[in-house]
Every structure is written in C-alpha cells, then in structure tokens.
Design a protein around this ligand. Structure first.
Ligand code: PEP
Ligand code: MG
Length: 556
C-alpha cells in the first residue's frame, strides 16, 4: 500500500528506486553460551558465512580488476585463513555462537597483526572489514559501510559523513534519505554536489525495509513508500517538465532588469568541476579544500599534490573567479593530526582558522601551493578563511597570505554572528566577505547542524539570519567591497532572490542548483527582490518569512 512520509527536501528532483541502507558499524555480538548439541550446526553456519563473504569479495575483485582486484582477493584469502577458521571452530565447540566466535577469533588475530610491524599493521583495517562482513551476514543485518549493490538504489542512512561519502559510486546512487541532518548537513551538501534528489530529517527513515521501492521528491520533502504506477508517472512527468523549463534559461545570473548576480559553484575538488562547467557556473565561489585532506588522517597532503588539485580547478575557469577556502578542519570535519581529541564542544572549539593559526605550517603550505598553482593563469584567484570571529583573526589570515607571496584577494567568511555584527571592522583587513549561512545559522540559533531534531532552527529563512546577512551586505557596500553567499541558503531559488534584495553580490551553490536559481532570479526585478527581502525580514518565523517573500514576488 502506498504511504507518504515527510522530511525536509534539500536537493531538487525525483528519484525512484529500492531502499539500501548504509550499514552501521557492526555491533559486538552478545557473549551467550550455546548447548553442546548446537555446536555442529553453528560451525556449519560460520563456514557458510565465511565462504559466502569470500566468494562475494572474489566476484567484486573480478568486476573491479586492477589494483582493487588484488586487494579484494587478499581479503577473500584472509576470510578463509585455515588457522582463523580452526580458532572459530574451537570457540564454538566450547560454547560460543558462530557470530561471537568469529568476532573473538578475529580480535585475537588482529592483535597479532597490529604488533607485527608496519606492513602487517596496515592490513588491520582490511581484516576488520572482513570480520564485519562475516558478522553482519551471520546476524542478518546490512553490511557495514556503503551498500554492496550493482544496481542503482536510494541510499538510506542515519546521517552521512564526508568520509563515508567518498566511497559512494555516483552512478549507483539515485537519491539520499537520512534520518538526521538538516538542510545544511553534509548529507544535503553532498547530495547537491552529486546532483541527486535528497530528503533529510525524516523520522523513521531507519525503519524503511531494505529493498522497498520509494519515490523521493527532493523539492517537497515527500517520500512515497510503494508508490503506485500512476504516482510514479505523475512525479516523473513533473520532474521532466521542470527540467525542460530550466534548460531554456541560460547565461550569467541576473535579475529581470539586468542587475548582475554572478552564479558560482561550490566544489570539493577537481572531480566536481565538469558539473560546474556544465551548469554554466561563472566561477567557483567556494572550493572546500578539506576534501583533499581526507585521504590520510595522519598528515597534510604534500605541496605537490595540493598544487596539482588547485591547478585543475583554476584551469577550468579561465578569466573566471575562483574562491578557495583554506582548510576548514574540526567540529564535524575532524582531522586526527590537527583536531584536539578531547574537546567538550568541538563546534565551539579549535576549528577552521583557529586550527590553522595553531598549525601555521599547514596554512603556509596551502597558501604557497595556491600561489604556485595560480602562477601564469589568467584566473581571478580569491582566498578566504573559515570561522573568522573578529578583526584580529582577519588580520592574522591576511598577514599569512601576504607572507606566502599570494597574488590574490583575501577574504573572510562570515559564519560567526560576531563577524556579521562587526563586518566593517573585519573589512579593514580583507577585501571581501562570503557568508557561510550554514554555520552562521548553527551559531546564531545554538542549533547543531548535524542534529535533525533542531532542523527548524537551521532553516535559512529565519528572520534573525536574514538580519545578519543584511548587516554584512550593508557593511560591504559601505566599504565598497563585495559580499557573497556560499552557504546552502544560496541554492534555494526563492531565497536567492531575497538574498539579492538584501544586497548580496554573488551566490555560490552546488552546481545542480544553479539552473533553478538562474531561472527564478531572471523572473524578478531588483526592486521586487528588495521588497521581498523587506517583507521576509518583517516576519517573525521562517515559515512566515518564506510566505511573505512568495506573496510579494507572485504579486499577491
Ligand atoms: C557554511 O558554513 O555555510 C559553509 C559554506 O561552510 P561549510 O558548510 O563547509 O561549513
Ligand atoms: Mg562553515
């Protein structure tokens, strides 16, 4: 039977497909005793699970080929190691369940490996993966990590961290649904980067049965469980009509009366560039460089590796503008070698620019790499710092940029309310502002952006947030400087008009949102946007602000 659920739509479009859950970390199976007569059956169960996992790993290896094949085959051999299997059998004979015996036998083997020199210690993660697969199969729960599927699916998860999502195959993920997360969570950002429909903050998402067909409407936040054929056809027709209308709108971002608002792309690295170019982005408004740092939790990428990645992005926009944000580590994006492990409130601790000022060598390498990458290119390079709190922060960042010999504009992100309140003071040190509305909302409303339960307060239509945007834009205008938005607020077409009316000078978003924003902005004049902005700021809630802006723009 068709049922409808409602979450928060965060990435446009419709996806219809089977549910696949992101497997959670394998729980420790309970240490329960089994009677002796069950031992033989348990041993057979353990062997069957081991063989199935090994066969699956071999099959994946065959499909993948190359280096991946060698790794997967080595894992399959680990699973079938005769000594390990003998240990599993022995543990079952003295009363363990199959899952507990596998868990304990692998733990003993793991200890051996971990203490046996660097090369073998490096195999511990592979061993854990094999153990998790066997235990998950025995417990009848989804495999941990990204689903094993050769068919496209809708990914359902509690929430998605950047490290999980690095492993996703975009060709297989039709859409996302998460139980946690708000409109500014990393799940939402990643969905927009991949251009797949997504709904977050859906209570009960975890209970959607594996394999159930669902239709996800990323614009409205509706999830149709077991949709009828008529419903599927209706949703697909509406999505196709919307797509056709968008394709008709092209060119640089501007209001109906020609007030230019450059539409820029948010990217995480060179792999996001083709989508940005295809969407007609006029440059990059936010290059989140922390994705380059996720590969190795122990150290920063080398200067050469960074130069290569920066150059690939800079070269894609000749004569265009590319705004690179220096590393934003900490809080929801911790890095082992930089982020203190014992902070009681990581979001309020050492993150963003604070981390870099504590580790000047990391900042120096990044700025030097950027200077070298931009050498000889006609691009307009701009570099900005995350989490700037005051003029002292802004000056420290600008000093570091000058010391690295960077030929670029230096800017500050406005993500902390103090920076919006004292924007003119910050602008004495830097040449532009960029509003990170995701964190600005988090810190204005004391509402963790990772927590679905407070997503109401993460709504960028909140009038208090609009007030802070207006303050920043007015300060920049008074100083003759620019003030863009690169938080997720810019990707909401109606809100993009309101931000323009508040005086924001550019809008940067996930590439998939650019056509939607371009088409909507082109429908209204600057004066209409200004009236919509004033109406939204006069409201007392996010919902009223949205309705008031909509009423002004639709001429009600
Ligand atoms: C923001 O906070 O709005 C922002 C753009 O940065 P991030 O989402 O990467 O924290
Ligand atoms: Mg931020």
């Amino acid at each position: 039977m068709e049922t409808t659920l409602r979450g928060v739509g965060v990435s446009h479009g419709v996806a219809i497909g089977e549910v696949r859950h992101m497997g959670t970390a394998v729980l420790e199976p309970p240490a329960k005793q089994i009677p002796a007569e069950e031992a033989e059956r348990e041993q057979a169960r353990a062997r069957k699970a081991v063989e199935a996992v090994a066969a699956d790993l071999m099959a994946r290896g065959n499909l993948a080929g190359g280096e991946a094949q060698a790794v997967l085959e080595a894992q399959a051999m680990m699973a079938q190691d005769p000594e390990l299997m003998a240990d599993v059998d022995r543990r079952i004979t003295v009363g363990s369940t199959a899952e507990r015996a596998v868990y304990d036998a692998f733990a003993a083997y793991r200890e051996l490996l971990a203490g046996a020199g660097e090369y073998l210690a490096g195999r511990v993660a592979d061993l854990d993966d094999v153990r998790n697969r066997i235990v998950a199969r025995l417990l009848g729960v989804p495999m941990p990590g990204v689903p094993d599927s050769d068919e496209p699916y809708v990914l359902v998860a509690r929430d998605l961290a950047p490290a999980d999502t690095a492993l996703l195959d975009p060709a297989l993920v039709l859409g996302f649904v998460t139980e946690e997360g708000g409109p500014t969570s990393h799940s939402a950002i990643l969905a927009r980067a991949l251009g797949v429909p997504a709904v977050v903050a859906l209570p009960g998402a975890g209970e959607l049965a594996e394999g159930t067909v669902i239709a996800v409407d990323g614009s409205t936040g509706d999830i149709f469980v077991n949709p009828s054929d008529e419903k599927k056809a209706e949703l697909e027709a509406a999505a196709a009509a919307r797509k056709a209308a968008l394709a008709a709108s092209t060119g640089p971002g501007a209001t109906a009366d020609g007030h230019k608002v450059p539409l820029l792309a948010n990217v995480g690295g060179p792999s996001d560039v083709p989508a940005a170019v295809e969407a007609g982005a006029e440059g990059v408004g936010l290059f989140r460089t922390e994705f380059l740092f996720l590969d190795d939790s122990k150290k920063a990428p080398s200067e050469e590796k960074q130069i290569e990645a920066y150059r690939q992005v800079l070269e894609a926009f000749p004569e265009g503008r590319v705004v690179v944000r220096v590393l934003d580590a900490g809080a929801d994006k911790p890095l082992d070698f930089l982020t203190p492990a014992d902070e009681p409130n990581p979001a309020l601790g050492v993150r963003g620019l604070r981390t870099l000022l504590d580790h000047p060598e990391v900042l120096r390498t990044q700025l030097t790499a950027l200077a070298k990458a931009a050498e000889g290119l006609p691009v307009y390079l701009e570099v900005m710092a995350p989490m700037v709190a005051d003029r002292t922060d802004a000056k420290a960042f600008a000093d570091a940029c000058r010391a690295a010999g960077l030929q670029a504009k230096f800017g500050a992100m406005v993500e902390i309310p103090s920076a919006a309140l004292r924007a003119r003071s910050i602008l004495q040190e830097v040449e532009f502002l960029s509003l990170g509305t995701n964190d600005l909302a988090q810190y204005t409303f004391a509402a963790d952006r990772q927590v679905g339960a407070v997503s109401r307060l993460q709504d960028p239509w909140q009038p208090a947030l609009l007030d802070l945007v207006a303050l920043s834009a007015e300060a920049a205008k008074a100083e003759g400087k620019s003030c863009g938005v690169c938080g997720e607020a810019a990707s909401d077409p109606l809100l993009a008009c309101v931000l323009t009316g508040l005086g924001v000078t550019s809008l940067s978003m996930g590439s998939a949102s650019i056509p939607y924003v371009r088409a909507t902005l082109a429908k209204y004049t600057l004066a209409q946007c200004e009236r919509a902005a004033a109406a939204a700021r006069a409201a007392d809630s996010a919902e009223d602000a949205r309705n008031a802006a909509q009423a002004v723009l639709s001429g009600e």
